[in-house]
Ligand binder design. Structure first.
Ligand SMILES: [Zn+2]
Length: 268
């Protein structure tokens, strides 16, 4: 059991500004595998801007530019189909905000070599569908984001500003970023300033090197078929024939014998 404070049904979303917690913002459908060794579950889940803010840690202009860019790309690449987070490679700039959008929405992870980093992309992404090799790129139109704010972004990361001055300037800067989001980004359609191109003629995406790479085990069985006889009582296969009576289920007996045990089904 959890404590009462951890089980609120009405989420206190102070971290999403009220003017950003509105219907009509881009959202994303995603699908994943069912469990640690599971196959693909085709039931979609919806990721909202508020979910991305929670994952990333704060609402910011970079996160929203990433959302607009990814929505533009998805509209061209996937249409109404969900992001299959067990089957995507993503390339992004190594930015805190854009990198989080890339990882959360695509399932690409640096530790599995499926999230590669390329700062030359700027505000944009490349995505490759691993199973087919089909690839797309999206880039923000140059000049859409004000150069003045971009210059201050860099200046406020430097050490040469007086701390007291910086305290004032950070507040002015944050206001300038949000003014731009509200006046320029939110009223625009993702496709207006985020240009998508199909990366044709490439056998596979030309990828920057992986930082570190290990086998991702929870997507290995993504393509395994629906069971015909055995049913998981915890997450039933609604589209499978059955249920097969558990007591007489030879698959349960085979499982109980262990991976190297005798096979009561006689099929192995
Ligand atoms: Zn951010």
């Amino acid at each position: 059991m959890t404590t009462e404070g951890a089980t609120s049904t009405e989420r206190d979303r102070w971290y999403v500004p009220a003017w950003l917690d509105v219907p009509g913002l881009p959202a994303f459908e995603v699908i994943d595998t069912r469990s640690a060794q599971g196959r693909l579950d085709r039931r979609p889940k919806t990721v909202t801007v508020a979910d991305l803010v929670l994952f990333h840690g704060h609402a910011c202009d970079g996160l929203l530019r990433g959302v607009w860019a990814m929505r533009a790309l998805a509209d061209v690449a996937f249409g109404t189909a969900p992001f299959d987070r067990s089957d995507l490679m993503v390339v992004s700039k190594n930015s805190p905000c854009l990198g989080d959008v890339a990882a959360y929405l695509t399932g690409g992870r640096a530790r599995f070599g499926t999230h590669r980093l390329d700062d030359s992309l700027g505000v944009g992404f490349q995505i490759e569908v691993l199973s087919t090799g089909a690839a797309w790129e999206v880039r923000e139109e140059p000049g859409f984001f004000p150069a003045h704010i971009a210059a201050w972004e860099a200046a406020l990361l430097a050490d040469d500003l007086d701390a007291a001055d910086k305290a004032e300037l950070l507040a002015v800067h944050e206001a300038a970023q949000w003014d731009w989001v509200r006046e320029a980004l939110l009223p625009s359609a993702p496709a207006e300033y985020y240009r998508v191109a199909r990366l044709d003629g490439l056998d596979r995406l030309e990828l920057p090197p992986a930082l570190l790479q290990a086998r991702r085990t929870d997507t290995v069985n993504r393509g395994v078929g629906v069971p015909v006889e055995a049913m998981s009582p915890y997450d039933p296969d609604l589209d499978a024939p059955g249920p097969h009576p558990r007591v007489t289920d030879p698959w349960v007996e085979r499982y109980a014998a262990g991976p190297t045990g005798a096979d009561p089904t006689g099929r192995a």
